[in-house]
Design a protein around this ligand. Structure first.
Ligand code: NAP
Length: 301
């Protein structure tokens, strides 16, 4: 049975990896707080070695994009240094590491979807620290896969879908930014692709399977259109419909700047691995089924 070490114990992607890994009969070992704090890299080595992993999936991160502007050192320790240390350990153990990164490594001024060969130019502390993580991993080991994803949603943790459904409990209309474009990505669907990639790189040392890959749901949208789809899906399931008022980014100032264009091309992933994620609207239906039809919004917290 393949042993998969995953960082993060309460996040969207690590929870999805645990769920699918259990179904597939993989041994998923999650490490995270309180025992292992990625801000203190010396807490990692014993836990990683004790897990005796065949592959490492580095998912945990400092993901509070706005808060990172005020805590750049902490964000750098968790998003920059910790992945480097994990990669060093992966190299010592002679195993591959798959690492989650972000669309926020890009400036967002490209016309069209970003490809893996496009030059990163992050415009936020979060984006800069995530780029540093990519670089530190690549500096430690060639046996790595960097997976840039975006706009992650799921029944778990905090995300845009859950925020919209919660807002619906107290509002009849919401203002949502309509000039940022991206690809919503469903964590359980990511887990399917990530675990398939992990199983392949664990047995195949082909260098073309390594390097940077973009990993997002098929299709694109804006936050405002995404919100409309969420409320339509909610109404179709007997939940509340809420009016969405499209607004400009400039009308919703935040501490961190966001890329206007976050779209990532999945072509390299498809051509190299033959793997694609589902269209985001199909995945949204699955997510809403779990949150509304099965009544998990309250239960999941
Ligand atoms: N969410 C998105 O829209 C998005 C977009 C692009 C890329 N990504 C990337 O995808 C990956 C997974 O994202 P996600 O949505 O699953 O994140 P998430 O739901 O915010 O979960 C983050 C996880 O990291 C853990 N963590 C944070 N700081 C830690 C520390 N100092 N020590 C140990 N664990 C720590 C958290 O644990 P606690 O519960 O203890 O805080 C949590 O388990 C991340 O690498 C992220 O950068 C996400």
């Amino acid at each position: 049975m393949m042993r998969v070490l995953v960082t993060g114990k309460h996040g969207q992607v690590d929870t999805a990896l645990q769920g699918l890994g259990d179904q597939l009969g993989l041994e998923i070992i999650r490490i995270g707080r309180p025992e292992v704090d990625l801000a203190q890299t010396d807490t990692m080595e014993d836990a990683v070695r004790a897990a005796r992993p065949d592959v490492i999936i580095s998912s945990a991160a400092y993901t509070a994009v706005d808060k990172a502007e005020a805590e750049p050192e902490l964000a750098q320790a968790i998003n920059g240094e910790a992945p480097g240390e994990l990669a060093r350990l992966a190299k010592e153990l002679n195993i591959p590491i798959l690492h989650l990164s972000t669309d926020y490594v890009f400036a967002g001024d490209k016309d069209g979807a970003y490809e893996e060969t496009d030059l990163p130019a992050p415009v936020s502390v979060y984006g800069k620290t995530k780029l540093s993580g990519e670089e530190q991993i690549a500096a430690q080991t060639d046996n790595h896969v960097i997976l840039r994803t975006a706009w992650v949603f799921s029944p778990y943790g905090n995300n845009f879908v859950k925020t919209m459904l919660r807002l619906a409990e107290s509002r009849d209309e919401v203002n949502v930014v309509a000039d940022q474009h991206g690809c919503p990505t469903y964590a359980p669907d990511m887990a399917r692709v990530i675990l398939a990639m992990a199983q392949q790189v664990a047995i195949d040392d082909d260098p073309t399977l390594r390097g940077i890959f973009h990993l997002t749901g098929q299709g694109e949208t804006t936050w405002a259109q995404f919100a409309e789809a969420i409320f339509e899906g909610s109404a179709n399931r007997g939940g509340k419909w809420v009016q969405v008022n499209p607004i400009a980014t400039t009308d919703y100032p935040t501490p961190a700047k966001r890329p206007a264009n976050s779209r990532l091309s999945g072509e390299k992933l498809d051509q190299t691995y033959g793997l694609v994620l589902d269209p985001w609207r199909i995945s949204l239906d699955s997510c809403l089924d779990r949150l509304i039809t099965q009544g998990n919004l309250v239960k999941d917290g």
